[in-house]
Design a binder for this molecule. Structure first.
Ligand SMILES: [Zn+2]
Length: 156
């Protein structure tokens, strides 16, 4: 078995790490007891990301994170904040943005109340992330268990 733990987080900026909350929420796309899906940007370097909830239990959430192109993200945000806050239009714009980007090979384990990143979990290449909204996903705790198991492994 081969794995390369150092390369899988390369596409996230250095500020996305455990025990911090580097994000400014630019645009909330969906929420349930707190933000579930949002366009965010790194407070320190401005790198935009798409956060999407994959699974949750109480205040603990597992997020998919997509690295966005800065100019494309800025264009979508400009469009969405200019006129009406039409959610279906927002969804279409974000869907377009998503087709231009890819999920990073990381999951974020998040404590939503604080909020804080508890862990950045690198995914092995054979693990496929489901697409679609958390509202269409089982949210049965399996991704949460997965992320927790990876965390306990790496954090001893
Ligand atoms: Zn950053």
């Amino acid at each position: 078995m081969q794995h390369s733990p150092t390369t899988s987080t390369a596409e996230l900026c250095e500020h996305v790490r455990a025990d911090s909350w580097p994000f400014d929420v630019t645009l909330t796309l969906d929420e349930h007891l707190g933000v579930t899906d949002a366009l965010v940007s790194c407070r320190q370097c401005g790198q935009p990301y798409l956060l999407e909830m994959l699974d949750w239990q109480a205040d603990q959430r597992v997020m998919r994170i997509s690295v966005l192109d800065r100019s494309q993200a800025a264009g979508v945000i400009r469009d969405l904040t200019r006129g009406s806050c039409d959610l279906s239009r927002a969804a279409a714009e974000v869907h377009h943005l998503r087709t231009l980007s890819t999920f990073s090979r990381c999951l974020l384990l998040i404590q939503a109340r604080t909020p804080v990143i508890e862990a950045v979990v690198a995914l092995p290449p054979d693990v496929r992330l489901p697409g679609g909204s958390w509202r269409e996903l089982p949210c049965d705790g399996s991704w949460l268990s997965y992320a927790r198991s990876k965390t306990s492994m790496t954090n001893g």
